[in-house]
Every structure is written in C-alpha cells, then in structure tokens.
Design a protein around this ligand. Structure first.
Ligand code: NAD
Length: 443
C-alpha cells in the first residue's frame, strides 16, 4: 500500500521503517530539512536499537523515501499518517499546532481519496478538528475529495520501538467508516498474522485509550515511589516489598520499580493533558494530579539524599553521574530526571562528570559548553576526581560495576543509586556508603 507519514521523529520514523519492511511503499515527510537530508544519506538522527539497518535497507530498496515536499508526499499516500509532536501547552493541555498544521497542508494538496490517520497522541475530539481543518481547505479550493479521519494511537516504547512496532501487543483502530477500518486492517495485516491484535473502536475511545494506557503506567510508577518514600521512613526495603507484591498476577512485575521519577516525552505530558481534558469536562482529576505531584517530588528526591549526606555543603564538590537519558536504550533526554538533578547540583555549586552510553550528543546539544559539566567517554572516566557516584538511568552496563575500583576512584566513597540497581550489603562491604530509593537507610 502507498503510505505517507508526516513527522520523522521516534514514532514516524520507526513506523515508516516497519511498514516499509513488510513491503509497503512509504514516503516520510518532515519540515526539518537537515533531518530529511541526513536520512536520505542514511544518517538516522535518533538512537533506537535495530532502526538504522532497517532504515538503510528499506531506503536502498526504494520502499522508504524521505522528503520535505508535502504536496508530493500527499499525492503518494492512500493512507496518510500524522505523527508529529504534541508538546504540552502552557496550561498542560496538548498543543495541537503541528497536528492541525499538517491537517491544513493535507487539505491544501489532497487530490485523491485517502484515509488520514492520527498517530500522534491527541486529546479526545482531535479527529473532528483534523476533519474540519481539511474540509475548510477543500472548501477554499472549491474541490471535493473524499477522505476519512481515523485514530490509530501508537504504543511503542522508546528503546524497544522497532520490536514493539513489529510485534505490537495490540493495534487500536478508531474509525467510524467501514472503508477506513478495512484499509487500516489491510495495512496492518502483516503484523497481525499469529493472533488477533487489532482492536476496532470508535474514534473517541481510541483517542482516550492512549491517554488511559500512559496514565495507568505513570500511576503505577508514582504509586511505587510513594510506597518507597514510606519504606524509607519506616525502615523497610521497598525492593523486598516489590518482590512481595509483583508475583500477584493482579499487580504484576511491570512498572513497579521505584526510582528517580518518570520522564520522557510521553508520561509527563500525557498525564497533564488527560488531567486538563478532565477539567475541561467538569471532572476534578484528583488521582492524575496526585500522580504528577508525586513524580515532581520524586525527581527531587535523589538530590535530597545527596544534600543530606553532605549536610547541605555541595559547593566545590564533584559528582559522577551515570545515565542521562530518561531511560535505557535511548538517547532521548526529554523531561529526563537527570536534567532536574544536574540543575540542582549546579545550583548548589557542585560540578558534574556525566556518562551516558548514547545520550552524550543530546546532552551536548542541550547543555552546551559549561565549566561545571564534563561529558565523559566512559563510566570509569566519570569517576575520576569525583566525590560520589549518582546513578540516574538503569543502563545494563551499570548493573554490575567493580565496586573496589569505584571505592579507589571516589574521593568520598558514596553511591546514590537512583534506580536501586545494587545490593546495599555488597556496596557497603566494599567500604562505600549506599543510598537507594526507599531502602530504609536514610532516616
Ligand atoms: P518527535 O518530536 O520525535 O518528532 C516529531 C517530528 O515531526 C519532528 O521531526 C518534526 O520536525 C516533525 N514535524 C513537525 N511539524 C511538522 C509538519 N508540519 N510536517 C512534517 N513534519 C513535522 O516526536 P515523537 O516522539 O515521534 O512523537 C510524535 C507523537 O507520537 C507525539 O504525539 C507523541 O506523544 C506520540 N508518541 C510518542 C511516543 C514516543 O515514545 N516518543 C510513543 C507513542 C506516542
């Protein structure tokens, strides 16, 4: 099938590559000329396991093309995806500027019937706005082109995006016109061979499903962080508690890891946007507000542990920070907990030596040159001349370090483990002070 995708970010590029990989003819369009020019040369602008070879192979096979020319791209697609960003507006609601701009562009150029599909995470009612924006442009042009608007929210996880896209848990199709449903079912048939994964519903339910999924996951994290804070005060170890509850299938093991707070481009903004939707419809989103406020507090908690250990005197100290990305296997630092921590350390007059396996360039882009930041080439290099080690992202290579080496390298042997990667006894046996999240050790 002929597919057009607006936006070559984490969602658009991965979707485009996966659809091309199963044989569809995909044109990706982006307003970012540098990105498009790079992609046409085989430069993949984001780190996502398995993505680069997939993009290169399908580009070479002619099934995956990149352009800034929206008119040509629209002429190509019988299915046109909108996968552009929906950042938070000032009041927390989703900013639909980019989505509606794409809708207008589609209305200005569409010549043949097409199904327009919202893949961006958008509030309930957005499909109506997209339909209206396209229809208005058609009216201006005084032409009639049949089109339908469907919702097909994306559930891929950064760091696992290609695998998620190739083997999705479910494919949600929100559409009212049978023709649109059939077209999308045909498009996704190659991903639906082993068992039924497609869930068809009305557009509004599909739009809400995405927010419900992210809000539920964020709720689990904030819940566990609250339990961790209680554990810390009462002298319990939240890691034991986690093991004690995860085996209950009604609770499950996923997303019950306490830590330095959730970040990324989705959970923070989607929880806020859903809360705003609730308010706009006269509902007080008490639970969603609590989820967000627990997370805000949690993002500061690691710093509080550090501050307490040093009696508030952080000026002139140096901290090795392992992990900058908002989670492992990505270079994405949007809303990452590391950003809050670094800012707090800098505000307190401390220096940072940071290492992340993939986010170094992103950190360079975000922070620029600063006297109080050294971006290191390795985890061990970050330890040089540092007082203590702070672990912020749970990258696999950080899981089993040589504690005796860390002890020798650090000036004041202390580890602040923001992801509970280590066994406190093992760290302490190496002569290093240990602080985790909710481990009943910082009373
Ligand atoms: P992103 O910021 O990585 O990419 C967005 C891309 O859209 C950019 O390359 C930008 O240049 C491009 N763009 C903006 N305006 C455009 C226009 N008028 N025409 C063409 N391209 C345009 O965003 P993302 O992380 O891929 O997220 C996209 C959407 O998918 C968001 O709504 C997000 O909430 C949702 N989502 C993201 C994830 C994720 O893990 N990142 C997962 C599921 C859903």
């Amino acid at each position: 099938m002929r597919v057009t995708i607006f936006g070559t970010g984490y969602v658009g590029l991965v979707t485009g590559a996966c659809l091309a990989d199963v044989g569809h003819d995909v044109v990706c369009v982006d307003v970012d000329e540098v990105k498009v020019e790079g992609l046409n040369r085989g430069v993949v602008p984001i780190f996502e396991p398995g993505l680069e070879p997939m993009v290169k192979a399908n580009h070479a096979a002619g099934r995956l093309r990149f352009t800034t020319d929206a008119a040509t791209a629209i002429a190509h697609g019988e299915v046109i995806f909108i996968a552009v960003g929906t950042p938070p507006d000032e009041d927390g609601s989703a900013d639909l500027r980019y989505v509606l701009e794409v809708a207008r562009t589609i209305g200005q150029h569409i010549e043949r019937p097409a199904v327009v599909v919202d893949k961006s995470t958008v509030p309930v009612g957005t499909a109506d706005k997209v339909r209206e924006a396209i229809a208005t442009e058609l009216l201006v042009r005084q032409v009639e082109v049949p089109f339908s608007v469907a919702s097909n929210p994306e559930f891929l996880k950064e760091g696992d995006a290609v695998a998620d896209c190739m083997r999705p848990d479910r494919i949600v199709i929100g559409a009212s016109e049978p023709g649109a449903v059939e077209k999308l079912k045909r498009l996704y048939a190659p991903f639906n061979r082993n068992h039924e994964r497609i869930v068809v519903m009305d557009v509004r339910s599909a739009e809400l499903t995405k927010y419900a999924a992210n809000a539920m996951l964020a709720t689990k994290i904030s819940f566990m962080n609250e339990i961790a804070n209680i554990a810390e005060r009462v002298g319990a170890d939240v890691e034991m508690v986690r093991q004690g509850i995860g085996s209950d299938p009604r609770i499950g093991w996923h997303f019950i890891y306490p830590g330095a707070g959730y970040g990324g481009s989705c959970f923070p903004k989607d929880v806020q946007a859903l809360a705003r939707t609730a308010q706009q419809h006269g509902i007080d989103p008490r639970l969603l507000n609590a989820v967000e406020s627990v997370n805000e507090h949690q993002k500061k908690h690691l710093f509080e542990l550090i501050e307490r250990h040093y009696g508030g005197k952080l000026k002139g100290r140096t901290f090795a920070v392992w992990g900058l990305a908002f989670k492992p296997n990505t270079d994405d630092m949007r809303e990452a907990s590391s950003r809050r921590l670094l800012q707090q350390l800098w505000d307190a007059g401390a220096q940072v030596r940071a290492y992340d396996p993939e986010a170094r360039h992103e950190a360079q882009r975000i922070f620029g040159e600063r006297d109080d930041l050294v971006l290191c080439e390795s985890a061990n290099a970050a330890l040089i001349d540092a007082d203590a080690l702070v672990v912020v992202t749970e990258w696999k290579p950080f899981r089993s370090p040589d504690f005796s080496r860390i002890k020798r390298a650090l000036r004041d042997a202390a580890i602040f483990d923001g992801r509970n990667l280590y066994l406190p006894e093992e760290v302490e046996a190496a002569g290093i002070a240990y602080y985790g999240i909710g481990r009943g050790r910082s009373v």
